[in-house]
Design a protein around this ligand. Sequence first.
Ligand code: OGA
Ligand code: NI
Length: 313
Amino acid sequence: MRHSLPVIDLSQRDGLPERLDAACRHEGFFYLIGHGVDPALRAAAFDAARRFFALPDTEKARWHIERSGIHRGWDPVAWQALEPGQPGDLKESFYLGVDRGPDDPLVQAGTPNQGPNQWPDEHQVPGFRQAVQAYEAALSQLARRVLSFMAQGLGLHARWFDACLQDPMPVLRLLHYPPQPPSEAVRPGQIGCGAHTDWGSITLLAQDDAGGLQVQAADGTWFDAPPMPDAFVVNLGDMMARWTNDRYRSTPHRVFNPHGRERYSLAYFFDIDYHAEVQALPGCFDEANPPRYPPTTAGEHIIEMYERTRASH
Ligand code: OGA
Ligand code: NI
């Protein structure tokens, strides 16, 4: 059977919650079009990422993730293995979060992974900060809209998720995949990004035109999710599966970049409030289908996942 991802047009309001609900139940993955995000914002963020990654590693090491203590900044090729137990991924990345100063209430409270970003110098990557912040602002709005329609698809009030979005902690990850080397030059199983599920609520992924994203179908086979200009690839994370008591799928995916080209992508993980409780949503459980997971909080869940995927070397 040939698999492909559904396309959800956010500008077609008729039956939108129902179409979203079906995509989240069956694939846990879809292309989002009609989203209204200015293509120029996205192009500028890609451009900033390309210029950052073009710096020599010795320069990028000034913003090494291990200097941050809160998981912000640059992680070199093979620093992370998204598929636990596999060799490090053939990608480098740059993590940005909400840029919180010392007076921020979450920082004051000692909340893990909350604090300032590491910013490349303006003269080295001109306009970097402006470009990524404008992109993040647009994606935050978009993620809220998608969640609002998802709430309706779940039979909840459109503003149901707002209570968990008082002070969310979204993460923007700029990614760069070098071309996949010949097999004798890599360790067995070493690819752009190992098979994994995302961890949070929803991920909004922008990919360039290189290709390489693959999604696992329910029958276990892998299929390509080719680039679609201006679309976002949206997928659900483990937290959403847990929240919906497995009504929705957190679908495994990976990147294999075989076409001899550099590949860039922008992954926006819409992580909700640190202290938001995640337990089976109303309507997702009943006597015949009781909650399958103990309650947790969004923050604890994410921290646990970071620990699990640090490559051992
Ligand atoms: C991720 C991811 C895919 C890509 O960062 O979680 O799945 O295309 N990225 O970079
Ligand atoms: Ni992912």
